[in-house]
Design a protein around this ligand. Structure first.
Ligand code: DGL
Length: 269
């Protein structure tokens, strides 16, 4: 059980930002990652569609005997976490609760901004989570689907891309928030550019960092930490041949990443 893998999934490369934080803290854990590139962007899909995709991914992960499934995607957490918890015996951890708790801790003026996908914003998941911790906090939500495409295209360092990030942050900068949650796991890949374009008095929260603390707690409490010193095995599955997953992932994680194709048939178990 202890050396069973931990699974992470996302619609694309975004979940790798959570995985990168995880790998820093847990260099011995075996990992399976699924990037559902064929269905990306999740942020433009209905809840039913997202539940369908993530149910199939979880079914597949169940066959791999994973000890935990980390939903490294805000959109999927908002749309599907309760459903998946209800339908599987495997433990799940989502990213939104972690991000909300950290934002409440950090904000001094009690005005928090969220940048996320259309679907996450519509779900009000961050707003509800934050308000359940502290009801009087103002939550300003901004849907920024363009930033997801920017990351998936892989050319986020160009001048044109920097301009696009700046344009996308104009409305955020016009508010009086002191804390901004990167409410989409794709965004930490462009965190430096976001910070350059954001008012200097706004603090940036990456929920993935806090989520890793929750994973740590889970492993400790359940005595599931892998204690062997063997080299870990990482497996990366993607559902499309036509994405920049391998290229972006290798660069982001600084490893030679091999992607394994996961077909519709593999997922229709
Ligand atoms: N990375 C996903 C998130 O955290 C969303 C990207 C998408 O729209 O597929 O919400």
């Amino acid at each position: 059980m202890k050396n069973d893998p931990i699974a992470f999934f996302d619609s694309g490369v975004g979940g790798l930002t959570v995985l990168k934080e995880f790998m820093k803290e847990f260099p011995n854990e075996n990992v399976i990652f699924v990037g559902d590139e064929i269905h990306m962007p999740y942020g433009e899909k209905t809840n039913d569609q997202i539940i369908d995709y993530t149910y199939k991914i979880s079914k597949f992960l169940q066959t791999k005997n994973v000890k935990l499934i980390v939903i490294a995607c805000n959109t999927a957490t908002a749309a599907a976490l309760p459903y998946l918890e209800e339908h599987f015996d495997i433990p799940f951890l989502g990213v939104i609760e972690a991000g909300s708790q950290e934002a409440v801790k950090v904000s001094k003026n009690k005005k928090i901004g969220i940048i996320a996908t259309n679907s996450t914003v519509k779900s009000n998941s961050y707003k509800d989570n934050i308000k359940s911790i502290e009801a009087e906090i103002d939550v300003h939500q901004f849907a920024k689907p363009n930033l997801v495409s920017l990351v998936e295209n892989g050319d986020y360092k160009s001048t044109k891309s920097k301009k696009m990030v700046a344009n996308n942050l104009i409305d955020v900068n016009q508010t009086d928030i002191d804390t901004l949650v990167l409410g989409c796991t794709h965004f930490p890949i462009i965190e430096n550019i976001i910070k350059q374009e954001l008012s200097p008095n706004i603090k940036v929260i990456d929920p993935g960092v806090e989520l890793v603390r929750k994973i740590e707690l889970f492993l400790k409490r359940n005595d599931l930490k892998n204690e062997t010193s063997e080299m870990p095995i990482y497996k990366f599955y993607t559902t499309s041949h036509n994405s920049n997953f391998k290229q972006i992932g290798s660069k982001w994680l600084n490893i030679d990443l091999d992607e394994i194709y996961l077909s519709e048939d593999d997922l229709n178990l």
